[in-house]
Design a protein around this ligand. Sequence first.
Ligand SMILES: C[S@@+](CC[C@H](N)C(=O)[O-])C[C@H]1O[C@@H](n2cnc3c(N)ncnc32)[C@H](O)[C@@H]1O
Ligand SMILES: [Zn+2]
Length: 370
Amino acid sequence: MADKQNYIAEGKAKFLVGNAFYRPASKIVRDLGVLAAAIYKSDTGNLRVLDAMTGCGVRSLRYWLESGANWIWANDSNPDLGNIVRQNLAPAIAAGCTQITHRDANRIFFECYDRKDYYDLVEVDSFGSGAPYLDTMLWACKIGGLLYLTSTDGRTGTGHLPENSLRAYGAYARTHPASQEQVLRLLIGSIQKAAATKRLGVEPIFSLFAGQTYRVMLRLTSKPRLTSENYGFLGYCHRCGEYQIVSWRKLGKVCCRVDNYNLSHSGPMWLGQLHDRLHLERLKQLAQQWDWKKQVELLTLMQAEADLPPYFYTLGEIGRRGKMDVTARSRLIQALIERGYRATSTHINAGAIKTDADLLTCIAVGRSLL
Ligand SMILES: C[S@@+](CC[C@H](N)C(=O)[O-])C[C@H]1O[C@@H](n2cnc3c(N)ncnc32)[C@H](O)[C@@H]1O
Ligand SMILES: [Zn+2]
């Protein structure tokens, strides 16, 4: 919300945007970051934030005001944003809690590593696929610390530009109806793989698709987490619309279990949980405390979908493949649950369901409701 002086209000922050890039629709992304950072601070007593692409400084300001950050490094390679960032972060500067720089983010990550100056939260809000930072951001993060990364490049990971995906994520991405979830999984998989090369791991805290931006919040762990089970391939059958997880050992041998048709494989990507359900519960409790209703709703939905298979079925596909009118989403979910399946809506696509039932079952159950 902007007032007469063109100040914007978001959370507890009031700030100017000037010539910086600022997307009001990404508020929800910043809200979840603020919640995760506040929980981290209450767990560890410390919160040093490296906001590597700060724009006008809104995230830094919110981490300081709302998450209780005790030190902020706000960086943006564009020196023309210096005045606006200094103006917005004036209270934190006055409190001696802030450093502002205008450098390339990767230089900062390596400088942190060189000085053994590791951060509790490394925030990378870049344009594009995030590829130049998937590996390097790890160098600045404390073990146990948080990594919050953005990709705004949907086309690469949704299978429209598979060669680009290969370059960005070392993974070949194909198109299918659940391809937005695939972008999140490619991001997590790439960071997991990068962490593994350092004998480290990452655990997803949450993964968020919001208005064309893809966001992953991960915790850096001292133990590698990558296994052949949680990092592999997703097969999609263009003939019948069914998905299948394809393990490394079965690559090349697997056909669709419904009609034996060749699968189109995407990956490798993260096949494990999209979110940490227990951690989401803590974020939710804090959001409830702060009376953040919309965020509570989103976190509840994320909890429900956290450990379901790594894809979803759109209602459009269920209707088209079943040659029938699509029933209401909530009725279909309820009917699947009554038949003993797990099923939920998904935050990634308002016209889809996540379930452990297969597509043919969804079609049969949908038909029974007509
Ligand atoms: C999406 S905007 C950041 C928006 C801001 N974080 C927010 O929430 O409003 C991306 C910013 O990254 C900066 N940038 C681009 N490449 C960079 C790099 N290599 N190192 C540091 N900053 C960079 C741009 O100048 C731009 O301000
Ligand atoms: Zn098939």
